[in-house]
Write a protein that binds this ligand. Structure first.
Ligand SMILES: Nc1ncnc2c1ncn2[C@@H]1O[C@H](COP(=O)(O)OP(=O)(O)OP(=O)(O)O)[C@@H](O)[C@H]1O
Ligand SMILES: [Mg+2]
Length: 364
């Protein structure tokens, strides 16, 4: 088993800096998820760990060994891509064993490893089929099988489920989580899917433009984002950001004027009267209330009745758009005024540079 350590890892393509200095430790056996906007460098980082892309500067260790002069095949890593890239003319069995045949493993060993992987992935009955005779989910399982038989210490997954439909994604997500429990290997997994990131990860790494914004457990990032970028990136629908100004502040409490009322937050800050801040509150924490208790006056633009919940999209009197998640039985007319309240314990505060100056304390 293996720890993966990156120290000040950088990557440039020509004169363009893509990865701008990444320091990260992925512990042995950990399930680490990379998230970030398209083009931020997630695949490039994975490919550098796999050895498919050269590192421009910095250090990469796997299992305590420097990988500087180690070939991809000798790193003890296996990568699973979004496109399954199976050989169409080979059976499932031959696709799974192909890499081992290339590296000269003996036939009995290949057969035993293939059988074990097939059992783990429930591919036993499909071993003699060709890829064209498989569903998308089954093909992706073959691609994972091909990685498993190599018995890597580190699995690298680059959006392996994004070509699958919603139901299959859920099933494969559970299967990969189980695989992680069974194999106890280190896994690094790239996804755009919030639910995959939150449910599979021990550790989430939020990337933006080639840098790490924050590293933490899923719930740490959800409850204690260090800046507005992470706050807006983790959680779906995303956190609401509302301009606010400080009415009064003491060492223990700050009172803010919002579009439609005020809120008093127990927070130790250096804020003073007149300061401008951004208040962050998640749609699931905003509440519908009576007019007398509301601190956000909103006009309803769109309502989505999802059965289990109702999503209200509304505009505050200063023009800021907000989303509020309500009970599935909640109803309102388009254009009506919604009396909303941002509960003090759920409020985050960000300064002009987007840094968190206070996180809500719902989780404490
Ligand atoms: N071979 C290359 N030559 C030049 N630029 C490249 C090369 N490969 C990637 N890039 C650039 O590096 C940046 C990061 O790309 P990368 O594929 O790592 O992003 P990503 O985070 O995986 O995005 P996505 O979520 O869309 O898959 C992008 O701006 C991309 O255009
Ligand atoms: Mg990518």
């Amino acid at each position: 088993m293996a720890q993966v350590t990156l120290r000040n890892v950088k990557k440039s393509f020509g004169t363009v800096d893509i990865i701008k200095g990444v320091d990260l430790m992925v512990d042995d056996g950990e399930f680490c998820v990379f998230v970030g906007p398209s083009g931020c460098g997630k695949s490039t980082l994975l490919r550098m760990i796999a050895g498919l892309e050269e590192i421009s500067s910095g250090e990469l260790d796997i299992g305590g060994q420097s990988m500087t002069n180690v070939e991809p095949a000798d790193r003890g890593v296996a990568m699973v891509f979004q496109s399954y890239a199976l050989y169409p003319h080979m059976t499932v069995r031959d696709n799974i064993g192909f890499g081992l045949r290339m590296t000269g493993h003996d036939r009995a060993d290949i057969a035993a490893r293939t059988a074990r992987a097939a059992q783990m992935l429930q591919l036993g009955p499909l071993l003699e089929r060709k890829p064209s005779q498989l569903s998308g989910g089954q093909r992706q399982r073959v691609a994972i099988g091909r990685a498993i038989v190599r018995e890597p210490e580190v699995f690298l997954f680059d959006e392996p489920l994004s070509n699958l439909d919603a139901a299959l994604r859920v099933q494969m997500r559970i299967e990969i989580a189980k695989l992680h429990q069974d194999l106890k290997a280190t896994m690094i997994y790239v996804t755009h899917d919030q639910v995959e990131a939150m449910t599979m990860a021990n550790k989430i790494v939020v990337l933006s433009a080639g840098r790490i914004e924050q590293v933490g457990s899923p719930l740490e990032l959800y409850h204690r984002p260090c800046n507005q970028f992470v706050a807006g990136f983790i959680g779906s629908p995303k956190m609401n950001f509302i301009p606010a100004s400080v009415v009064s502040a003491t060492a223990k409490e700050v009172e803010l004027a919002l579009p439609g009322g005020t809120v008093k937050i127990a927070a130790a800050t250096a804020l003073k009267r007149g300061d401008k801040v951004t208040l962050g509150v998640r749609p699931e924490h905003i509440m519908l209330t009576d007019k007398s208790k509301a601190n956000l006056a909103a006009k309803l633009r769109v309502a989505e009745y999802l059965g289990s919940e109702t999503m209200f999209y509304a505009t505050l009197e200063d023009g800021t758009d907000v989303a509020a998640k309500a009970d599935g039985l909640a109803k309102a007319e388009i254009g009506a005024t919604l009396n909303l309240t941002a509960p003090p314990k759920a409020c985050h505060l960000f300064d002009g540079a987007g840094r968190a100056i206070h996180n809500g304390d719902l989780s404490r």
